[in-house]
Design a protein around this ligand. Sequence first.
Ligand SMILES: Nc1nc2c(ncn2[C@@H]2O[C@H](COP(=O)(O)OP(=O)(O)OP(=O)(O)O)[C@@H](O)[C@H]2O)c(=O)[nH]1
Ligand SMILES: [Mg+2]
Length: 266
Amino acid sequence: MRSSLTPLGPPVSRDRIIDTFPKWYTPDASLQLKEHFHERVNAACQRRNTGTVGLKLSKVVVVGDLYVGKTSLIHRFCKNVFDRDYKATIGVDFEIERFEITGIPYSLQIWDTAGQEKFKCIASAYYRGAQVIITAFDLTDVQTLGHTRWLEDALRENEVGSCSIFLVGTKKDLLSGAACEQAEAEAVHLANEMQAEYWSVSAKTGENVKAFFSRVAALAFEQSVLQELEKRNSTRPQVGDGDLIRMEGNSPETQESKRPFSLGCC
Ligand SMILES: Nc1nc2c(ncn2[C@@H]2O[C@H](COP(=O)(O)OP(=O)(O)OP(=O)(O)O)[C@@H](O)[C@H]2O)c(=O)[nH]1
Ligand SMILES: [Mg+2]
């Protein structure tokens, strides 16, 4: 089904069309356990009543130590390529991926940041306005799992509670059996502390890469539509009990509680 809201440009490729709510990787560390889009989101999509959601770019920032495979993960998804040779990212880079989610166009701007310390201040300038933060670590090097300062820095640049967090273990093809289970168990534990969703992926084989980004896109889309609906409700004057007129920003639902995440830097 093609949307009448699709912006000009080439059509969205078939594998970027999402009609059913993508599942989590493990229910032990998941941001959502439901299997369908929120009913208000479904209803808004059916009525083509999602406001400006289809016209905006939602920002996704990928952070983590050098050499963990951030660029490889993004290139596997966006270009379907894998390069065995390491070329350090200098500063930042980005890709735009267009989706069609329950008939509505939706775009992610995926920012790839440098893990090398000397580029840290360039990269951190791009953290602001992130809707999703992906913090990557190397499954074969558990030390990189403990390096959570990237996430702390990215969270500091954004409104409290405004970002969805994903913890991603990379290079799954290099690990199997008990070693893989052990690394995943540690990661799931940390993901819960971070209030993040956990995924294991391989940019080399492509395992879980499309499923992971589909999940990111669907969750970000759902959040964008709900925010749009909420914004509309809170800007519309409400005449009713106690002559309450609610204006944008006053809604109790928009007053998100503070995210308690804080881990020591390693
Ligand atoms: N076997 C295997 N190797 C991988 C995988 N992902 C990345 N690599 C390799 O790991 C090395 C580092 O990958 P990059 O994607 O450049 O790492 P990065 O996190 O972007 O590094 P910086 O840009 O310096 O922060 C490269 O040699 C990749 O080929 C994977 O899934 N499997
Ligand atoms: Mg890189």
